[in-house]
Design a protein around this ligand. Structure first.
Ligand SMILES: *[C@@H]1O[C@H](CO)[C@@H](O)[C@H](O)[C@H]1NC(C)=O
Length: 306
């Protein structure tokens, strides 16, 4: 156990709380659903693309917690219309935790249904839309007695591979496939955007605790599903930096800590490395002071129709 954190012991009872988590059908998202269920929230909604896997996860959760209230919402984050439809299926009077956990990594060049670069669209823009749609409810929940509303954006230290400008606004409606390392540059861009979203949310809505979390380098399908070359980048990168690959189960610890752990140790808008360690490496995307605000304005404009 490389971490001094155990969700079974270190998370409080979540009685009455409602959770919405993206990417719950595999990897760290699935582990997070199971770990949260053990603390008896009122309801957990999770998204994913695969209903078979979703049902298997719900069955597994029920073996651990027979009366767990868990709802799957089939969603394709590569489609903003699908994200909006997912939001429409949510029907609770409050939302305490919005956990943006779904993600793709170093995938081949492609566009989303809406014409955005795929990693940017799935990792960032789909989640920015969820945040936008849920904000009124999150703010209303924050006004309730004993409220503790949190938004967790799962990002990655891989944000450092982003283009020089952080987000290449002029090209995010292209496949951005120029040059060596393009899949990782696209990944870095999407993760930079997520990181900046957390910071900007904290600035605009201090009554909500918004954080970005690096889950650690996890041996999930994201890595094992990559082509050999890309897989080598991850493994060699880990070796060089002395980072140990961690299991999917441990990979959800940092997001669980940020979503439900002791709030007194959390600074709103910051990036945390596992588990609960304030990252000292965020200077680069913030060196451009205009970027977080620019990204926010750009995003609101792109999402105007939703
Ligand atoms: C859904 O997941 C199941 C179980 O892992 C797998 O057999 C199936 O091929 C998946 N379906 C799709 C459409 O990916």
């Amino acid at each position: 156990m490389p971490f001094n954190f155990n969700p079974d012991k270190d998370l409080p009872n979540l009685n009455g709380k409602v959770v919405f988590l993206t990417g719950g059908t595999a990897g760290i998202g699935a582990s997070a659903v199971l770990a949260l269920a053990k603390h008896h929230p009122a309801k957990i909604y999770f998204t994913g693309r695969n209903s078979t896997r979703a049902n298997a996860l719900i069955t597994r959760a029920h073996t651990l917690v027979p009366d767990a209230n868990i709802v799957f919402i089939k969603t394709d984050l590569a489609s903003l219309a699908s994200v909006k439809a997912a939001f429409a299926q949510f029907s609770s009077p409050r939302l305490d935790m919005l956990i943006c956990s779904a993600g793709i990594m170093a995938t081949p060049p492609a566009l989303t249904d809406d014409g955005y670069e795929m990693q940017f669209g799935v990792n960032y823009l789909a989640h920015a839309l969820l945040v936008k749609l849920f904000l009124p409810l999150l703010l209303a929940t924050a006004d309730l007695p004993h409220a503790d509303v949190r938004i967790v954006i799962v990002t990655s230290l891989g944000y450092r591979m982003a283009p020089k400008t952080g987000v290449d606004f002029g090209n995010v409606r292209t496949k951005q496939d120029a040059g060596p390392g393009a899949p990782w540059i696209r990944y870095g861009q999407s993760k930079t955007a997520g990181l900046l979203l957390a910071g900007e949310l904290a600035r605009r809505y201090p009554q909500i605790m918004s954080t970005a979390v690096h889950p650690g380098v996890i041996n999930t399908g994201l890595v094992s599903g990559l082509p050999l070359g890309a897989r080598l980048v991850v493994h060699v990168g880990c070796f060089v930096q002395g980072v140990k690959m961690i299991s999917p189960e441990q990979g959800c610890y940092n997001m669980l800590w940020a979503a439900a752990g002791d709030k007194t140790g959390i600074v709103n808008g910051e990036l945390y490395e596992p588990v609960g360690v304030l990252s000292k490496t965020t200077s680069k995307p913030r060196a451009n002071r205009q970027l977080p605000g620019e990204l926010w304005e750009w995003t609101q404009k792109e999402l105007e129709g939703y």
